[in-house]
Design a binder for this molecule. Structure first.
Ligand SMILES: Nc1ncnc2c1ncn2[C@@H]1O[C@H](COP(=O)(O)OP(=O)(O)OP(=O)(O)O)[C@@H](O)[C@H]1O
Ligand SMILES: [Mg+2]
Length: 169
């Protein structure tokens, strides 16, 4: 366990038990954890410390309310969020599967039926978000999780951007 993971484990110890590292992107590191209160597996996404320092806890909470209000079968809901020992984190369902990028790397080319199904599901999620005045800003295979053929867009504090009503087309 790295020093950061051990600090994070201690900071979240009363609610979550950090079990393993799931992945990372440009903004965050994602861990598999046990939600001790509800006895379920969750994904805890922790902003990179340098980003957390620039953003600050207050702006983080503002940003996270954008995603907290999205309710769609292909958008992962927000279970929890907060600040602990300087870490800004949010919690979402754990998706046992892989990213669309991993699947494409493994299978090289997907069948037409599967491609259309994934595309329609993602488009439906984005269309729903747009109706709520929210745009995604970084849609790509790395940001689409696939579980038994079902795509999900992970929760993100910074990726989704709320568009003020006056600025909408
Ligand atoms: N809910 C989840 N369940 C399982 N694995 C996840 C989950 N969310 C993220 N991951 C893993 O963590 C990796 C990084 O996650 P994500 O893309 O959300 O972070 P990021 O790229 O830093 O942030 P963002 O995409 O919001 O800019 C994913 O590619 C995936 O492997
Ligand atoms: Mg990402």
């Amino acid at each position: 366990m790295t020093e950061i993971t051990s600090r994070l484990s201690t900071a979240l110890a009363d609610r979550y038990r950090i079990e393993s590292h799931l992945g990372e992107g440009g903004m965050a590191t994602v861990y598999l954890a046990e939600d001790l209160k509800h006895k379920r597996k969750v994904a805890v996404k922790v902003l990179r410390p340098e980003l957390a320092a620039v953003l600050g806890a207050e702006r983080f909470v503002q940003e996270i309310t954008t995603t907290a209000n999205l309710q769609h079968p292909h958008i992962l809901p927000l279970f929890d969020s907060g600040e602990a020992d300087g870490f800004l984190y949010y919690v979402m369902p754990f998706i046992e599967g892989e990213t669309l990028r991993d699947k494409l790397n493994r299978e090289t080319q997907l069948g037409i039926e599967e491609t259309v199904r994934i595309t329609c599901a993602v488009a439906d999620a984005l269309n729903y978000a747009h109706q709520q005045g929210v745009i995604h800003r970084d849609i790509k295979p790395e940001n689409i999780l696939i579980n038994e053929g079902r795509p999900s867009l992970p929760t993100s504090a910074l990726r989704w951007l709320s568009v003020p009503p006056g600025a909408r087309a």
